[in-house]
Ligand binder design. Structure first.
Ligand SMILES: NC(=O)c1ccc[n+]([C@@H]2O[C@H](COP(=O)([O-])OP(=O)(O)OC[C@H]3O[C@@H](n4cnc5c(N)ncnc54)[C@H](OP(=O)(O)O)[C@@H]3O)[C@@H](O)[C@H]2O)c1
Length: 294
């Protein structure tokens, strides 16, 4: 299949592009800069110049392809309505142009309610941490596309997500912190396992599938303890009020204190997906997290 990919030049995208190419698919990736185009070409993909704001480039890429994988996401995180507008406009352009073709879009498990283990059948929470992604999910599903909700931590080499932020905060403050008793559960998936899920979703997912890219749910205290040991700093339990000033923003404190365990049993059964790569705590021990953050 010839797949049009957005976000192929980001953190997760290149691993997904490599997975698609290795499986024999051809890939054209959206590139908004020379750097992004060069990254895609170095992987063996073609680059199509354009951007999420240039809806014509999205339509052109989707029309010329046999399937579409949408991973790009961006905008002003201080303005959730802006994020929603950009995301839904891009998904609508892609979805219209990809009518009748496999179409997979990306979201995150932080759309789901917390406090209990949620499944692919649970409704997202409009008032939740990532409620701004729900209209995009609904738009994609409305076009007969499938949605992959990624764990908040997609870990692997050169991660620039939440875990490096935790490590940097622990280095700066001298404590590796968690909120309350740290029993809140944190979904995680290795980037290469996420890549096999995206490929399977494109190849096999029935129209309208909601898929969970989650390999495990890790108690947050275990993450904080591993970071503490690797850095040689103590752990600290913070109240939500103290966490709001300890972490880089009140929003991040809310994310790090969130108990959002997520099941991927339905996804594994539907697509025969089986994560095999190292878990988050093993990756913290053996990966590049502490070299990269130093
Ligand atoms: N990584 C995680 O832990 C995680 C967790 C949950 C959900 N997700 C979701 O998974 C997807 C991929 O995540 P990621 O970590 O790989 O993201 P990332 O590293 O931030 O990369 C974002 C990608 O989107 C592209 N992009 C952003 N704004 C664009 C625009 N206006 N026009 C064209 N391209 C644009 C970027 O292009 P450039 O290369 O030009 O910057 C890049 O390829 C995103 O939807 C993200 O929200 C990720």
């Amino acid at each position: 299949m010839h797949v049009f990919v957005t976000g192929g030049s980001g953190q997760t995208g290149p691993t997904v592009v490599a997975e698609l190419l290795a499986a024999g698919h051809a890939v054209t990736g959206l590139a908004r800069s020379d750097t992004a185009a060069a990254r895609l070409k170095s992987l063996g993909a073609n680059a199509l110049r354009g951007s999420l704001e240039d809806l014509g480039s999205l339509r052109g890429g989707a029309e010329a392809a046999d399937g579409v994988l949408h991973m790009a996401f961006g905008g002003d995180f201080a303005d959730p309505d802006d994020l929603t507008r950009r995301d839904t406009a891009a998904i609508e352009a892609l979805g219209q142009a990809a009518a009748g073709k496999p179409f997979v879009s990306t979201s995150g498990t932080l759309v789901l309610p917390g406090g209990r283990e949620t499944t692919e059948r649970d409704d997202p929470d409009a008032h939740g941490i990532a409620g701004f992604r729900i209209p995009g999910e609904q738009a994609c599903l409305g076009f007969g596309g499938s949605v992959v909700r990624l764990a908040p931590t997609v870990h692997g080499p050169e991660d620039h997500g939440f875990i490096p932020m935790l490590i940097a905060t622990a280095r700066k403050s001298g404590v590796s912190a968690y909120v309350g008793d740290g029993a809140n559960r944190w979904p995680a998936v290795h980037r290469r396992d996420a890549a096999t899920l995206f490929r399977s979703a494109l190849e096999e997912a029935p129209a309208g599938s909601v898929l969970h890219g989650v390999a495990e749910n890790v108690p947050f205290e275990s993450i904080a303890e591993t970071i503490a040991r690797r850095l040689g700093v103590p752990t600290a339990s913070l109240t939500p009020e103290k966490a709001a000033t300890h972490f880089p923003s009140p929003f991040m404190a809310r994310v790090f204190g969130f108990d959002g365990p997520v099941s991927s049993t339905g996804t594994r059964q539907l697509l025969d997906w089986a994560p095999t790569r190292p878990g988050l705590l093993e990756d913290l021990e053996t990966g590049d997290y502490f070299a990269a953050a130093a």
